[in-house]
Write a protein that binds this ligand. Structure first.
Ligand code: AKG
Ligand code: FE2
Length: 316
């Protein structure tokens, strides 16, 4: 539960750090689900000779690192979304019971309900981020799910349809997030700030000169804690300078009935006080909705996930 001061801070600054939100057992089951997934992926790569170290000598992070260095992609098979670029009938992704329980954890929904009210849709803009030590990144690594994230506003990386949507981002620390391992950083929102110009660069980010990086505020948070932020709050992440992975999920909720900003991807009702019977409780239905979307999107022309180009005047 948030107190009046926390709600005021969120409304004033556009962000709020809340410790101890996700219960340890929920987080443990997410970790176990990902460990099992990694075992399967790694076993296949090992059988194909793409990774050399025997699986039994490596823990979860050891497998991640070995596979990353060998050029085996675990990001998309572990992500809780389809990619923003081309989608194939067999594009891998991960929708499992433990992640579903994370997205629908009552304590988490209670927090969001205090900010958005009692009718909450789980927005399909959602990702896992497993960030290797910066020293182990490939020179050409650009993905914001793997390397440091450029400054952006979440409203800007959704489509215009959601420009008026009441929405909150919940950034969940699975491992402790520290300044050293690349925690999130934000800029407090100025009251009349709208969508800033963004440029499609290696990542889609706020155009140069529109964000004052000297006033950035790092937001360390221990595992199980969350950062809540408004879709107009500029944010980025720091570089992982440690020798371990930085692991987070970022998920979003919007007021039910308002456009999600990615309506070609499936959403679901996570909480409804007016019609509790409409809340989704079955993770297999969630998974199937994404499989159905994938099959449809693989047959249809690509839909861009944001509105920005690289040749706008302010991007030069
Ligand atoms: O964790 C990160 O690096 C960035 C996360 C982010 O952009 C978000 O949660 O919206
Ligand atoms: Fe973001």
């Amino acid at each position: 539960m948030l107190n009046a001061q926390q709600i005021e801070q969120f409304n004033r600054d556009g962000y709020l750090v809340v410790p101890d939100v996700v219960p340890a057992d929920v987080l443990d089951r997410v970790k176990a689900e990902y460990a099992t997934l990694m075992e399967t992926l790694y076993a296949d790569w090992h059988a194909e000779g793409r990774v050399k170290t025997p699986p039994e000598t490596l823990d979860f992070q050891g497998k991640l690192l070995e596979a990353y260095k060998a050029g085996c992609d675990w990001f998309q098979p572990m992500d809780i979304s389809l990619p923003g670029d081309e989608i194939a009938p067999d594009t891998p992704f991960h929708f499992g019971p433990a992640v579903f329980d994370l997205l629908t954890a009552p304590r988490l929904l209670d927090l969001v309900e205090e900010l958005l009210g009692p009718e909450l849709t789980s927005n399909p803009i959602q990702h896992v981020r497993l960030k290797p030590p910066a020293t182990d990144l490939n020179a050409d690594e650009i993905r914001a799910h793997i390397t440091a994230t450029d400054w952006h506003q979440d409203r800007a990386v959704a489509l215009e349809e959601a420009d008026e949507t009441r929405m909150v981002t919940v950034w969940i620390a699975v491992t402790d997030a520290t300044v050293e391992n690349g925690c999130l950083q934000v800029q407090a929102q100025t009251p009349d700030q709208g969508i800033l110009p963004h440029c499609a660069r290696t990542q889609t980010g706020i155009a140069e000169g529109f964000v004052d990086e000297t006033t950035a505020l790092p937001l360390p948070v221990e595992a199980g804690g969350v950062v809540l932020f408004h879709p107009l709050t500029p944010h980025a992440s720091l570089t992982n300078q440690t020798d371990g992975f930085r692991w987070s999920f970022d998920i979003r909720y919007n007021v039910t009935g308002e456009p999600t900003g990615r309506s070609h991807f499936p959403d679901f009702i996570a909480r409804s006080r007016a019609h509790p019977e409409t809340e989704l409780r079955d993770w297999t239905v969630w998974k199937t909705s994404w499989e159905t979307a994938r099959a449809r999107l693989a047959r249809t022309p690509h839909i861009p996930i944001h509105r920005w180009s690289s040749d706008a005047p302010y991007c030069a």
